[in-house]
Design a protein. Structure first.
Lengths: 242, 290, 314
């Protein structure tokens, strides 16, 4: 029986006179693969920022695993099990690749019991999973775009989240690279992690998601199975008209 | 103790002073408020402008004319500074904040010491018909030079506000502050626009420097108290708001004037910085912030 | 750079030992007078670097913390004739509290707002102490030195050794922070604060911690100043020039490692003293300004960074 892991109710966000999100409500069930689509500027990243805590929502409530989290700082939400990757990768550029992962390992997973040797090994394991093991000691400001995207995901994974939000991790990648990332996301989901995926690459979203939601100008215009969403005339208008 | 008359005089003084503060802060409002450049050297550039006015004044120039003549020179100077800042810091990304700030701090020091070496630490003044005379309104005496500065300040603020909202380049400057990618898509080059904006901000600062030496004598360390005043105005106004700059300037001017009247000169320098801390602590986005 | 813990502490003991030895063998007082200033600069630079270098939050307010430490000493000396050790501890507590308060108020904001707020602190404190009669107001206050603690025969030499101990304490704290998980969190904040926050780093708490520790060390460095000069007044105590050196030294030496501020401050402070004595005080500020700009533009990782590049090139 699947209860809601994340319940977003009536969330809105304004920037001055501009409304980025208007009364958005959605429920994500435990273990679900959820896709979030919408044209540029529709509010997808804003919604993610409100869920992860980078922004505070102006109205409505966000309940994660039965707890209201709207008032919590981002780091507190991460410690409760929400992790996200950034659309434009933000590596800890002064650190080598593996150390990027040590940060969430130390600050989320192993708070209160730090044994240095473990974190290095754990970081290497995650890197192996994602295919970056040979770059472990490389300074993270020397990675290629694909590698940076993978590092973003790896760092989010290192926080051992229950909900992982992937923000356009595949933008600009080649077809085989997209498949690589998709495979990793499927693996994570099989291990029990609920995943919200924001993507523009339609075939990836459709293959991955069990449910898809489409935003336009801050409002939900459609929510349903991939097939339903693609067929929805409002969705088509939003993408072609925008 | 104080009388109502003294209070009124203080307020009037404060209004004139406030408009002056608003005008000298406008350059910073553009450079920092709109362009996000950590331009802590702005007051130092203004003092540099004051000294250039002094030099021209010794050659017989009227200070206001000198200030206007210096504007194109400072415009070019500003463009050069921004170009250098952009190439060295903004392009390189993450570390830019700390290093950019340190760079402008170093620039402040260099300008300050350069002025000391060139002109010594003594105060310098400039002469003109309107300096030294006062206007009588009822029982109050208002220094003419303050009225002149007020007039120039109002004209300058109005002109810049008009430029930013009515001309194409001006609107592009405001646009680049809000949405750089959109501007790029429209075919405009954001770096060029920012460079021009910084140049304008610096050009305006030349005239601000002229006003500075009209209002009172200058010495090379004057930039330090003006760091407080200009940043207090810009932060209180809210980054990027031109009308806010006027309102904030008035608030600062009147506060300073009242403190000066009630508590004396030894407390006055702290007013701007105290106001700044209060704003940062309570409402960091200022009155009209983005 | 992996440094053996034992190696560090042996080096520290040697440094203090050498300082004490010098105090008993070298006759020239001026060496200690000038040396004290160099050591004090090292403490200030190291303290600055904890927040400025590790976390990336530039602090122009060193004179505020330093000056508050000095005036805490003045108040303690005048009221209860407190011994030096008490002065230093009290100064550290007062300036630490200032760091805590100022940090909580302003570290939520972007870096530049914090920087401007620190300038504001300096001016406000200077104004406060100018107007406080008890500590002498604007004209300041003269102080008599008590006899130096045995076995020292000269108060200046004693202060020299005390400052050496403070250097060891400051560097030890900086080193511990740098190599610990706290240091990693600070570096994450410096690299990308938003990503750090989303990786579980409590950014505000860490920044405030760094600001508190930094402030406390600066206060401790300021505590012996009244006894050193035997005279304190607000204008020179809250002089922005202390802030300049504290900021420039790590930028020149290197901000990523505790050695950077040590190297930078030693070089810069010595250079400053030479220039002040041989040319002029203004030239000294110019030299700092020029060096700061040159290093920030051309060698962003400081002298330590240049060494690393040379090593790699070989």
């Amino acid at each position: 029986m699947n209860e809601a892991l994340l319940r977003v109710s009536g969330v809105s966000k304004h920037f001055g006179g501009f409304t980025a999100l208007a009364d958005v409500s959605v429920e994500i069930t435990r273990g679900e693969r959820f896709g979030l689509i919408g044209p540029n500027g529709s509010g997808k990243t804003t919604l993610i920022n409100c869920i992860s805590g980078s922004l505070r929502n102006d109205g409505g409530s966000i309940v994660f695993d039965g707890e209201e989290i709207s008032g919590l700082a981002a780091y507190q939400r991460t410690r409760r099990g929400i992790a996200r990757s950034f659309q434009v990768p933000r590596p800890f550029s002064s650190m080598p690749v593996f150390e990027n992962l040590v940060v969430p390992l130390e600050y989320v997973v192993h708070r209160g019991s730090l044994h240095k040797a473990d974190t290095h090994r754990e970081a290497l394991e995650i890197l192996r999973q994602i295919g970056l093991a040979d770059k472990a000691e490389t300074p993270s400001n020397q990675l290629t775009q694909v590698e940076l995207r993978k590092l973003e995901l790896a760092r989010a994974m290192a926080a051992r989240p229950r909900l992982l939000i992937s923000d356009e991790a595949m933008a600009g990648l080649s077809s085989s690279e997209v498949d690589e990332i998709l495979k990793i996301l499927f693996q994570l989901n099989e291990a029990g992690i609920t995943i919200i995926m924001i993507e523009h690459i339609m075939h990836a979203v459709m293959r991955f998601s069990q449910r898809v939601m489409c935003l336009d100008a801050g409002k939900i215009i459609c929510e349903g199975t991939p097939a339903e969403t693609v067929a929805n005339p409002d969705v088509q208008r939003a993408y072609l008209g925008a | 103790m104080f009388s109502l008359e003294l209070l009124l005089e203080a307020i009037l003084f404060g209004v004139l002073l406030g408009c002056f503060y608003a005008a000298v802060s406008i350059g910073l409002s553009v450079a920092f408020g709109l362009l996000d450049v950590p331009h802590i050297a702005h007051p130092a550039v203004m003092v540099l402008g004051a000294y250039c006015t002094f030099v021209l004044g010794r050659l017989g120039w009227d200070p206001i004319l000198a200030g206007i003549a210096l504007m194109p020179v400072f415009f070019l100077l500003g463009m050069a500074i921004y170009r250098f800042y952009y190439e060295t810091f903004e392009k390189r990304g993450t570390d830019a904040g700390v290093r950019g700030l340190a760079f402008f701090f170093g620039l402040t020091l260099i300008i300050e010491v350069g002025l000391i070496l060139a002109f010594g630490v003594d105060q310098r003044m400039v002469e003109a018909d309107y300096i030294g005379k006062s206007l009588k309104i009822g029982d109050m005496r208002i220094p003419m030079r303050l009225l002149v500065a007020f007039g120039v300040a109002v004209t300058l603020t109005a002109a810049l506000t008009f430029y930013l909202s009515r001309t194409f380049t001006g609107r592009a400057i405001k646009a680049v502050a809000q949405d750089e990618p959109a501007l790029r898509l429209m075919g405009a080059n954001p770096v060029r626009i920012k460079q021009r904006a910084f140049g304008i901000a610096t050009g305006v600062t030349a005239l601000a420097g002229a006003m500075l030496i009209i209002v009172g004598p200058v010495d090379p360390s004057l930039d330090r108290v003006y760091i407080g005043r200009t940043f207090a105005v810009v932060v209180l106004a809210g980054l990027g708001s031109m009308t806010g700059t006027v309102a904030a300037g008035l608030i600062l001017g009147i506060s300073e004037s009242i403190v000066l009247t009630l508590f004396g000169a030894s407390w006055a320098p702290a007013v701007s910085f105290g106001l700044l801390l209060i704003v940062l602590g309570l409402r960091p986005q200022g009155l009209f912030g983005r | 750079m992996k440094r053996n813990g034992a190696g560090f502490w042996i080096g520290a003991a040697v440094a203090v030992g050498l300082a004490a030895l010098a105090a008993f063998t070298v006759k020239n007082e001026y060496v200690f007078f000038a040396g004290y200033l160099v050591l004090m600069s090292i403490v200030l630079a190291t303290a600055w670097n904890i927040l400025g270098g590790y976390a990336g939050y530039v602090n122009f307010g060193t004179p505020a913390f330093f000056g508050l430490g000095a005036y805490t000493s003045v108040v303690l000396i005048q009221s209860i004739g407190a011994p030096l050790a008490v002065q230093i501890l009290a100064a550290a507590v007062m300036s630490g509290l200032l760091g805590l308060g100022a940090g909580l108020m302003t570290l939520r904001l972007r870096g530049i707002f914090f920087a401007i707020a620190t300038v504001a602190l300096v001016v406000i404190f200077e104004t406060l102490f100018i107007n406080w009669r008890y500590t002498g107001g604007a004209t300041g206050v003269q102080l008599l030195r008590p006899p130096p603690l045995p076995p020292f025969e000269s108060y200046t030499k004693m202060l020299f050794v005390v400052m050496t101990v403070l250097v060891v304490v400051a560097v030890a704290i900086a080193r511990w922070i740098q190599t610990s998980w706290i240091g990693r969190g600070l570096r994450a904040i410096r690299d990308s604060e938003e990503a750090a926050e989303c990786s579980g780093v409590p950014t505000l708490k860490l920044k405030v911690l760094a600001c508190t520790v930094s402030g406390a060390l600066m206060g401790a460095a300021g505590a012996p100043m009244p006894m050193y000069l035997q005279f304190v007044e607000p204008a020179s105590t809250f002089n922005l020039n202390y802030g300049i050196a504290a900021l420039a030294s790590p930028m020149i030496g290197g901000t990523a490692h505790w050695l950077g501020p040590v190297i930078g401050a030693t070089l810069l402070s010595s250079l400053q003293q030479i220039v002040t004595v041989t040319i002029s005080n203004e030239m000294n500020v110019l030299v700092v300004g020029v060096l700061l700009v040159v290093f920030v533009v051309a060698a962003p990782d400081g002298i330590l960074g240049l060494f690393k590049k040379l090593k790699r090139a070989k």
